[in-house]
Design a binder for this molecule. Structure first.
Ligand code: COA
Length: 637
């Protein structure tokens, strides 16, 4: 989205963006190696990200354009590509530069990626970059329950952290291949820091004195809560309960200045406001305590009341942006890599800042935490006297107050603009495509293609994130779900002149084309990151940006009206994010065995998009595709 990359990566290839047109003096965004044992041995054994052959990428780029551009645009793009890749041309020179970089770095892309896709991206992280994650409603509905649950949640995160600290986290695999585990080491104790033109990410786990506290925010007031005893043992859930009660008692609802809202701003505005805020020593220290915390826990106040059927959508809004300044948007520090959010009514989930990691490691952590919170409570242990959590103070000058007001206004406009629809598709899950010997992910993607085509009578550039964690420090690649095969399928589906057997044949071809693009993407042979890499070589060498990048066709290829991502989970949760273009949709889904959770978003300012309508269209497409398969001879194989 996630990755995602999703939203930001999209900007990466656009002709305009800032840093791509000028030399890029990269700060090291996230540290990339650890120095000790088991983890390092594992990481060293992973292959490096390959640089695909130039000609292969050029051919695949043209194929990717076919379903989404006009014939004349395609003809022009072919000419530009031919010029780009000709013997002795600029493409070959850039390719050699990229290959040289691949030989001298752990991963030729990773630093560029974090910088360009995230830290140079200046729209607010809220909605535009940071995903939310909604868990099923938990079994509590009052303050006591909220505190009890939050206390177990903290203990669960620390239980997971122990595996990170001890390097005992089991290595994950995909298709039998071991995956890069680096992202797990980047999500705790880290924080994004706004800059005037460019942000950075600081990971405090790797300092000589790693943090021993979390940040808790309640009624917009921030606290530092020590989570370890002096002997290194984590506090128990009962002890956390006592500490959280102290925090809640000492932070009644009152007219405090909502400092947290500043983190929802456009990054340039926040960069300036941050410089003003941190001129004051007390403010500087309070901000630093939040940044250095292991994670943030947001104990939320009330959310707008909704009927049961709207509950998940409303919870997704709380996780994604907090509902606006009247609700919980200021009860956050959106720069923090990981924020757990617990409401009073059983609502619970998370928001994460995307620069250091993709959704899957975050979800794995959260799956562990949810399982932990379900374990029966152990008998209470004798409690040690515990220090009172430290309240973080802020001195608010008139200038800072003005920044806060501006941030509130912008956040409320954004909240009004975002439409979020969570749909639990309950008719089937991965089981049905599997029965028909099809990849469930490809099946869902084809349903999205069909749903979109039915609404707009055209195909659009579609982004799906694929993991590149089979490579050292790998992040994501784009699966371009709109293909010539998918276009043929969606155009035939509602055509009364096409026989069902032919439609099934087209569906099978479209699913297979998607699956083979997925294989290309996860094995480092797809086109988008390679094209970006070549462009970055030109940028760093201060060469003219080749015409293929400034051509409107390239911009069209990167204008992802559908930005999608599968984030599977053991828990019945769903991740959510905003669209990456003003006239687009964000679609995240979690396919379970017998149902699929979807979170669909759009912007109300665009009169052509409607998240609820797309969700309904996806539901119909999935059902119609199943009916087609059930009625066809192939389905009975
Ligand atoms: N017949 C029967 N079963 C099949 C099948 C077929 N033809 N093809 C696949 N399956 C099965 C798989 O074995 C798998 O089984 P499981 O449920 O027992 O694990 C299941 O169907 C799912 O496979 P599929 O739907 O093909 O998807 P995938 O798990 O390979 O995932 C991606 C595809 C692209 C989502 C994945 O490769 C990926 O990259 N994920 C990371 C995305 C990411 O980073 N997102 C975060 C962004 S913030």
């Amino acid at each position: 989205m996630w990755g995602i990359c999703r939203r930001t990566m999209v900007k990466v290839g656009m002709p305009k963006p800032c840093c791509l047109m000028k030399p890029c003096h990269l700060v090291k965004p996230v540290s990339v190696t650890r120095v000790s044992g088991r983890y390092l041995t594992h990481q060293r054994g992973l292959p490096g990200l390959p640089v695909p052959p130039l000609q292969q990428t050029c051919e695949r780029y043209i194929s990717a354009l076919e379903p989404i551009v006009e014939a004349e645009e395609l003809r022009h793009a072919k000419e530009l590509v031919a010029e780009f890749q000709k013997a002795g041309g600029v493409g070959e020179r850039l390719q050699r530069g990229l290959e040289a970089r691949a030989r001298s770095t752990e991963n030729w892309l990773s630093e560029w990626w974090v910088q360009v896709a995230y830290l140079d991206y200046r729209l607010p992280v809220v909605v535009h970059s940071s995903p939310g994650l909604v868990l099923p409603r938990m079994n509590f509905s009052d303050k006591q329950g909220q505190i009890r649950f939050a206390a177990k949640l903290i203990a669960g995160v620390l239980d997971f952290k122990m595996m990170i600290d001890n390097e005992t986290l089991p290595v994950e695999h995909m298709g039998g291949k071991p995956l890069c585990m680096n992202q797990y080491y980047e999500v705790l104790s880290s924080c994004r820091v706004p800059g005037l033109k460019r942000d950075s990410v600081v990971n405090h786990a790797k300092t000589s004195s790693p943090p021993r506290h979390i940040a808790v925010v309640h009624n917009l007031q921030f606290y530092a809560l020590e989570v370890y005893h002096s002997d290194g043992r984590p506090l128990t859930a009962d002890e956390f309960c006592v500490q959280l009660e102290k925090i809640c008692r000492s932070s009644p609802h009152s007219d405090v200045e909502p400092v947290g809202i500043l983190t929802t701003q456009h990054r340039d505005a926040w960069g300036r406001a941050y410089a003003t805020l941190t001129q004051d020593e007390t403010n500087r220290e309070s901000v630093s305590v939040i940044q250095r915390s292991i994670f943030t826990l947001c104990l939320d106040g009330a959310a707008p009341p909704v009927a049961d059927e709207g509950y998940r959508s409303s919870a997704a809004v709380q996780m994604l942006h907090g509902g606006g300044s009247r609700w919980n948007s200021a009860n956050r520090w959106f720069d923090k890599t990981l924020q757990f959010i617990v409401g009073v009514d059983g609502t619970c989930g998370a928001n994460y800042e995307h620069a250091p990691a993709e959704g899957p490691p975050i979800v794995a952590l959260i799956d562990h935490v949810v399982e932990y919170t379900r374990k029966p409570e152990t008998t209470p242990s004798p409690m040690m006297p515990l220090a009172t959590p430290q309240k973080l103070l802020f001195n608010i000058t008139p200038e800072i107050k003005k920044d806060i007001e501006k941030a509130q206004h912008a956040m409320n406009t954004l909240a009004q603009d975002l439409e979020m629809r969570v749909m639990v598709f309950g008719h089937f899950g991965k089981n049905v495509p599997k029965t028909h010997k099809m990849s469930p992910d490809a099946f869902i993607q084809m349903a999205l293609q069909l749903a979109y085509y039915r609404m707009y009578q055209r195909c659009c550039a579609t982004y799906e994130s694929a993991s590149q964690r089979a490579f050292r420090l790998g992040r994501t690649e784009t699966i371009r779900s709109a293909s010539s095969a998918s276009a043929a399928f969606v155009k035939a589906f509602d055509d009364p002149g096409t026989q069902n057997t032919e439609k099934v044949d087209l569906l099978v071809k479209a699913v297979n084309a998607h699956r083979s693009y997925t294989t290309m993407a996860i094995s480092g042979q797809a086109i988008d990151r390679h094209l970006l890499g070549l462009k970055m070589v030109a940028v760093e060498a201060e060469l003219l940006i080749p015409d293929i990048y400034t051509d409107s066709t390239y911009a069209k290829a990167l204008h992802y009206n559908l930005s999608t991502s599968q984030v599977p989970s053991k828990t019945d949760c769903v991740m959510c994010f905003g669209p990456i273009v003003p006239d687009g949709y964000g679609v995240c889904y979690n396919p379970m065995d017998d149902h699929i959770n979807f979170a669909v978003s759009s912007f109300n300012a665009c009169k052509d998009t409607d998240a609820a309508r797309l969700a309904r269209s996806v539901e119909e497409a999935l059902l119609d595709m199943r009916t087609l398969l059930d009625q066809s001879p192939r389905a009975k194989l």
